[in-house]
Design a binder for this molecule. Structure first.
Ligand SMILES: [Zn+2]
Length: 313
């Protein structure tokens, strides 16, 4: 089946209610797919992090999981116990990256891909031979916190882009909805006091309007996307020299836009890349397929891999 069986987000109320929502959602999805719950062999779960590769949330809590009961909570194990089935776990960026890779290369290709998902923050993933690089503590592919030589972006001369993680000048600090709200919008609006977004009052609401205005040709909003494209160009250059990947993939809310705007944005990313070796200059840049369902699809691929590996299928 296609699509999402969504519940409203109630993570603020703690794990119990959310696990119940997951259980209800699975039952609903099974019903819509016309199968029995007993026919479900493995469940694939993905959530925002930070969490270990096994699905243990950080003891320090996180933006998305503020209720104290989430600190140090093992979401994968708890869901597995509740459902009485094996559950695989990926963070949401890694899950979407796995889906993007799977669509381009299938499950058994030795290719390597690097994906970035531009949302409130910036998630991502590195996939090789069909597998997610999870790393020692589950932070593999936390691409938002890779530092950039952002001083090369002349349009933001003098800016100090701070990230929630405490760093200055990482990819998320320039390329995310939060970066637009906290850094780029204040910087550009100060220089353009008569711009209509100065009248919005609420900075989060103003940040959400930027993409639509950029699509419609607003010069200031285009410039913010131009800066984000240049940041991505610098970042992808680092990835090309680290992994020599077969493909780069970009997704998330920032890319849920017209084909024309996507093409312009990708062209600007390419233009923002330092010169590449001749052999690497033609690296393809793709838009993440299937929009906001990419994470759920990637989680399902991870579950399928587990089922095949462990002989359940
Ligand atoms: Zn950061």
């Amino acid at each position: 089946m296609e699509g999402l069986c969504e519940h409203s987000a109630r993570a603020r109320e703690g794990p119990d209610i959310c696990l119940q929502q997951l259980e209800d959602g699975l039952a609903l999805a099974a019903r819509q797919a016309g199968i029995q719950l007993s026919d479900v062999a493995v469940v694939g779960l993905d959530t925002p992090g930070p969490a270990s590769a096994a699905g243990l949330f950080s003891a320090r809590g996180s933006t998305n999981f503020v209720h104290p009961a989430w600190a140090g909570f093992n979401v994968r194990e708890s869901l597995a116990k509740r459902l009485g089935k094996p559950v695989t776990y990926l963070n949401d960026g890694n899950a979407a990256a796995l889906w993007g890779h799977f669509v381009l290369f299938g499950a058994n290709d030795p290719a390597t891909s690097v994906s970035v998902i531009i949302g409130t923050g910036l998630g991502g993933g590195v996939i090789t031979h069909g597998n997610v690089i999870k790393g020692r503590r589950g932070f593999g592919g936390e691409l938002g916190h890779v530092l950039l030589p952002y001083q090369r972006i002349t349009a933001i001369n003098g800016i100090e882009p701070r990230c929630n993680c405490g760093r200055t000048g990482d990819l998320e600090s320039l390329c995310s909805l939060t970066a637009i709200e906290k850094t780029l919008l204040p910087f550009f609006l100060e220089k353009n006091p008569y711009h209509s977004l100065n009248k919005t009052g609420n900075s989060r609401e103003a940040a959400k309007l930027v993409r639509g205005l950029a699509e419609n040709g607003d010069a200031l909003c285009r410039e913010m996307f131009h800066v984000q494209a240049q940041a991505l160009g610098l970042f992808f250059d680092e990835m090309i020299n680290t992994f020599d990947p077969d493909a780069l993939i970009i997704g998330g809310g920032a890319l849920e836009t017209t084909a024309d705007f996507q093409r312009w944005f990708i062209g600007e990313i390419r233009a923002g890349m330092p010169n590449q070796r001749e052999e690497q200059a033609d690296i393809p840049i793709h838009v993440m397929p299937n929009g906001d369902t990419a994470g759920a699809r990637g989680a399902a691929i991870e579950a399928l891999k587990f089922a095949r590996y462990s002989g359940l299928l």
